[in-house]
Design a protein around this ligand. Sequence first.
Ligand code: ADP
Length: 262
Amino acid sequence: ERVYRMSVSAVGHDTALYLMICKDQSEARRIDRMRADFIANASHEMRTPLASIAGFIETLRGPARDDAKAREQFLQIMQDQTRRMSRLIDDLLSLSRLEMKPHLTFEAQVDIAKIIETVIASLTPQATENGVAIERDFSDGSFELAGNRDELFQVFENLLENACKYGRSGGRVVVSIRRSEGAAEPEIIVTVRDFGPGIAEEHIPRVTERFYRIDAETSHARKGTGLGLAIVKHILTRHEARLSIESELGKGAAFTVHLPVR
Ligand code: ADP
């Protein structure tokens, strides 16, 4: 509206209105393009595991028919690919659900520490199996705020899962929670830190983009979809919260969420 008003004084009412309509159209075109790109990417991501499954079915019917060892190995790959597709579909559904419900359902008192405890409990068996210890560094006090419990659960689940997955070589992951009571709006600040390979500076601004994965070859081996952090960012925006990422290559990565307390 500010731009529009400034334009009115500069070029007159009709021209300003015309410019505004043009701007709207180009925004609509940009969104259309983004949607088309998204569908193309999503289809490609689904095609890859399907093509692999189809290939193995052929092989199992033909050359590997009587080779028990190969059969077992191929069935395992097919099972992994099927899981990968299910995860992809779950993530796509999460994103589309978020987009279809532009307004957040707030619950008055969501306890962030409790949510994180539940996430830790659900991830610990897998983490332990992979040699990763999840440590807590919670400061004293209450960590309640108005927000959506399920969505915030998803945020911390994604961040902790990534830390355990990509930071595995570091052997431990530390989750810290504290409150900032600055002069401005109070915040609950959660940091998920790992001590793995970290993220190179040029990738940091891009890791929250849909389907963005660093080093897709090794990442694919780690069974991701490239949608986790896009979902995290989407949910945090709905909570008017902020995500900051810090990393030093070879030393690990820290993902910090600043949640305003309302
Ligand atoms: P996914 O894990 O499904 O690939 P995400 O959106 O969660 O997708 O992450 C995007 C990419 O960011 C990952 O593929 C990985 O390359 C990188 N990444 C995320 N978290 C970390 C981390 N803790 N350490 C190093 N790289 C990470």
